[in-house]
Design a protein around this ligand. Sequence first.
Ligand code: HPA
Length: 282
Amino acid sequence: MTAAGAAAEILYRAPGRQPRTGIVLGSGLGGIADRVEDAVIIPYGELPGFPLPSVEGHAGRLVVGTLGGGMVACMQGRVHGYEGNGFAALKTAIRALKLAGCDGLVLTCAAGSLREEVGPGRLMAISDHINLLGTNPLAGPNEDSFGPRFPSLTDAWDPELRSRLHAVARARGIDLAEGVYAACLGPSFETPAEVRMLKVLGADAVGMSTVPECIIARHCGLRVVGCAVITNLGVGLGDGPVDHDQTLRAAGAAAADLEGLLVGFLEGLNDTGSNQEDGRRP
Ligand code: HPA
């Protein structure tokens, strides 16, 4: 089983650093991994079955060490559905984090805002998602050892962990919005008509990632919390066109806030002892 092989390799390469929280860093947000102390850096290419990202802004390495006083495994770089390689490698990576000892997963991403009052540079806690990828990472034979055939996505975005995120934001003076994240396949940005549709559907932000990781993680019982960095207003809501360079620049500018939020969140987990949920794990 590849996920078990990758987990064994992580623990072998990072002795004494069994991770408790996995972190996925989105476009332009990889710098947060530089804050990890006593870090062991493992290129994805050296972890069996891990994905090889092809997108600028995604480094493709796992950084294992201490952040906010807790042991973390940071995925610096992710894969996207639009890369066209399916989700097998992503499943391996998330499940390897679980097998290596993680019980929680923090997902970050860049996103376009569908609410004019939540503009570029703001952070948005993800309260729920709408999967418009046209596929599901769990399609295909179920791997029963990881989770059920028909996993529930009620409270997929853990309410308790999210309220901790809000508490940290309040304590640190960080302006944290909250909303529903819609995942579109990409790689083209949305049309203005699609953005209007997404608003009608009840989405507050749109991006091309994050939902597959959440689904895979919930299937295997990881608790999930997510924060989107708003890099632009959705196409047609703002002034000009949207492009990837703008995404990387805006994400970089908001990275300090996100970093503060994540470190505070991890410190809180550490203080309270655990991010384990009682009685809700499969
Ligand atoms: N749409 C989709 N993905 C994105 C956007 C957007 O406007 N901004 C950053 N990632």
